[in-house]
Every structure is written in structure tokens, then in C-alpha cells.
Write a protein that binds this ligand. Sequence first.
Ligand SMILES: Cc1ncc(COP(=O)(O)O)c(C=O)c1O
Length: 484
Amino acid sequence: MTAVDATTPPSTAPTEASSAQAPVTGAGVTRKGTPREVAAGRHLWGHFTRQDAWDRGEVTTIVRAEGEYLWDQNGHRLFDGLSGLFVVQVGHGRHELAEAAAKQARDLAFFPVWGYAHTPGIDLAERLADYAPGDLNHVFYTTGGSEAVETAWKLAKQYWQLVGKPGKRKVLSRDGAYHGTTHGALSLTRIGGYQAPYTPLVEGASQVPNTNAYRSQPQFWDDQVAYGRWAADEVERQILAEGPDTVAALFVEPVQNSGGCFVPPPGYFARVREICDRYDVLLVSDEVICAYGRTGGIFASADLGYVPDIITSSKGLTSGYSPIGAVLVSDRVYEPYRRGEAVFTHGYTFGGHPVSSAVALANLDILEREGLVDRVRTLGPAFKATLERLYDIPIVGDVRGAGYFLGLELTRDPATRERFTEKESDRLRAFLNPALYEAGLYCRADDRGDVVIQLAPPLTSGQAEFDLIESILRDVLVRAASRL
Ligand SMILES: Cc1ncc(COP(=O)(O)O)c(C=O)c1O
């Protein structure tokens, strides 16, 4: 019932119960739903949300969560198959995190990191530097992912200015990638429909191919090494086309979310690193989703064996118990900023908020104490294998991803990889989202291009939860296939 995007889960819940409420009339619109649902339609503006359904009082409200489960206003229980929005690594209802927030709010609720430091901000920066690959020893805080991406681009531009290459201001990112919604981040978000209403965007952003192996040219289907080499070499081609003296940075996710969990082919990142070094282009690893255990590593780049110049991160750092983002920067990129009078004239009032920093530290404690990152490394293959059981359903084309970050691509004919028509895709999504919700699984069918169901459960999940996800998907997908 709502439009959804690369990052936002659909508000898909069926509304029979709320529809059963007496209609409420207001502002010339007949509204159904409880007074609170009506108030939502009147006053709450959802993100990436079509407001017309809300205006009719059809508002799904999540009221409670515990462990891996959510409950809506009608008492409907759902498995949280998306960790909220790729966020809630340690699961819901962790009193320890609530208490860490309360204690910090009592000790020092707020102070900015503008010219001053605070204890949790220092401790978290030190700890993140410790986890980071290579010499990414310097942490610049934000309040979320878009701001982290924004920060990285500005930081890269100024870096090149400080080292005497002021012409390097352009950036590259990958086809279909989602890097956020602020103007800079949106310029890197290569999704036409998201950019169109907001032009002119920040100039200087251009596109390179992603690593959607399933939709690659058939000659690569059996040769992933060649595919990785081709995709990386396209980065070089684009740098040369733009002019190496004009390109500041390349933004890539370790595993691209948008489009449905595109993993890097073997050799891809080694080659990309080599190309970035050759042309003096900073490699920015956008780990807003992939970090903090999601794909099996505190930082996904470290797990995949490459060392970027900058990492952007957010989401899982606090498991969502309080908002924060962190940009990690290498010694080399930091160096000119610590000399003389150079200042990075950039900041956010709430960047590195003390309460969020304290929650992040407590969240990292849980990840370590409960071995959740290792759990993802160990159980990730079992999660994938469980979903691969669905290959016997005639519309399941590809199961892919890394760790607890998987996508399931649906296709008209798995043998030929024939796509659904646009109409069929729309019909499928319109069926899938509410059907999955009704069946007790909160996740989403990605709404651009091919139909991909995305799954990213809390890192506390195990085989019982994988089986539950598989059985709900099986039931819904069998019904979906029979309706085509
Ligand atoms: C890779 C990536 N970068 C940036 C962002 C933007 O983060 P935020 O929504 O916190 O601004 C997202 C959000 O999903 C993301 O997936």
C-alpha cells in the first residue's frame, strides 16, 4: 500500500483490523482507523511513503519488539527479517543498551565534539580505530549514513586541495547504488527516479557498473574472475574518461544493497584498489549496511581483504538504540588536516552524541561477548543454504549475498534468467509485501528493476529462525508463482 525504495521497508501490513474500525471523517477525507491511526494520516509524514493510504487511516504501527520479533497495533507478531532497516544487529529489547543510554544521559547528556571532546566519543573512536583495517585511525562522527557519505566526499575534496591537487573533485559510484538522500549523497545514489525531482544535484558525480553477476553478460556466467576484472576495469575506464586529475574518490559498498545484495566477484576489490592507487583516487568503502557484523566482520572491507582510504558507517553501530554515524579515515588522508591551520570546516551538532557513543560502546561489547560477528561468519553459509532450498519453486532464480545479508531474486524462467515484465513485477510486489507481512515475516521486495526479496535478520538468529524464514517464504512464493 505504499511506495518503497532501496532503503525503506514497505509499510505493507494488511489493515483488516483497522478497516473494521468505524470510519472517521476529517479534513474532507473519510478516514478509517483508530484515532491514533487517523492522527498519523493527518500529521506524520512517512519517509519514502505514499501518504494516500495513511490519509485513509491505513497505517501500520509497530508498537513493541523483543529479540527477533515485532508486534503491530493489532497484536500481529512478525519475525523481523530486516533488522528494522539493516540496523538491529543484537536484536530488540536489550535492557543493557537502554541502561547505557540512561547512564550517559545522567552523566553528560549532551556536549558537541566541536573544539571539545567527551569521554564516550574518545573511547568509541579509539575502539573503532582498533577494529579498522590498515591505518584508518581517525574517526569523524555524524548522526547517520547520508551525513557520513556527505562528509566523506567533502573530506576527499579538501584533502586533494590540501595536498596540491585542487582539480580532483569528482566522484564515482556504482550503477543503482543507494548512498543516501542529502544532495551530495543523492548525487552518488545512482537511482534515476530518486534524483529526478531534485536536480540540479552536486556536480561531478558519475557512474561505473555494479557487480550484479546474475544479470551480467552470459559470457561471464561461468567465469566470475573475468567478470570481476571487467567490472573493476570499468572503473579505470571511467577515471580515464573523466580525467584522472579531476577524480577525487570512488564510493562502493562491499556488498551492494540496492538491486539486491551484489557480492564482489573474486579479485574485484584487489583490482579496484590497484586502479585507485594508480590514479590517486580515494577508495571509500560505504559500509553503512555491511559493517558491525552484518556481512561477517566488524568492518566488511577487512573481512573481504581490502583496505579503503575511508569507511562510512552507521546503522548497526548502535543496533539502532540511538542514532550515530562514523567516518573512519586513514593516516594518509588525515595527515594534511593535522598540519598548521588546516581545518575540516564541517560538522553536525549531534555528531558523536555522547548518549549514542555510549550505546555504541555497549553494543560493541554485546557483539564481542556473544560472539555475534563470528556467529555470522559461521552460520552465514547455513542461512544461504536454507534459502537455497527454495530453488525448487519455479520463480526462484538466484539466492545471493554475504553473512546475514541475503537477497532472493525472482525470475520468470530460472533456466534462461528471463525477466518478468514490468507489469508482472508490479503485480508480484503488490502481492508479496502484504502476503509476507500477513504470514508473519517483515522483510521487503526491493522495488527497482528486478524483483528481489531482501533478508537481514538480527545477528542473534540461528537455524530455527532460518527455517522459519524459509517456510514463510515457501508458502508465499508458491502462492505467488501460482498467480502468475
Ligand atoms: C550504503 C548506504 N549508504 C548510505 C545510506 C544512508 O543512510 P541514512 O539513511 O542513515 O542517511 C544508506 C541507507 O540505507 C545505505 O544503505
